[in-house]
Design a protein around this ligand. Sequence first.
Ligand SMILES: [Zn+2]
Length: 138
Amino acid sequence: MTRVNIKRVKVKKPKRSTLKNKCDDMWRELVRVKGICEWCGKRTGQMHAHHVIGRTNRTLRWDLRNGVCLDAGCHKMNAGNAHDDPIAFLKWFETTRPEDYEYICQKKNELWDKDYDKVLEYLNIMEVESETKKMSKL
Ligand SMILES: [Zn+2]
């Protein structure tokens, strides 16, 4: 009689750093999907995803309402870019996306619940919505 050696397949839980990178990647892609610089209207090959409230704020780090699609110049290279002049940028954001501005002002002092699964679930829903929008434009 031969003994069959059945190994239990353990489902490894992904590391928190892996989850964080995944959230970052998804957030970036979803912000850049607009394909146009929201600040100056330029369409260039490489778009950047900018956090209105900096990424150290985990409550808003993966929230699409805290993201703006910018070209490289407006993001970091030109004089008066979003990082150089955050006050001017914030003024612009308040005027252009008043509801999102209001929303991030309310959210920014909330503590993050450290739930990456919830973030991924939200980003997945947003991804599906973004795909659906793209399809309806075809
Ligand atoms: Zn621009």
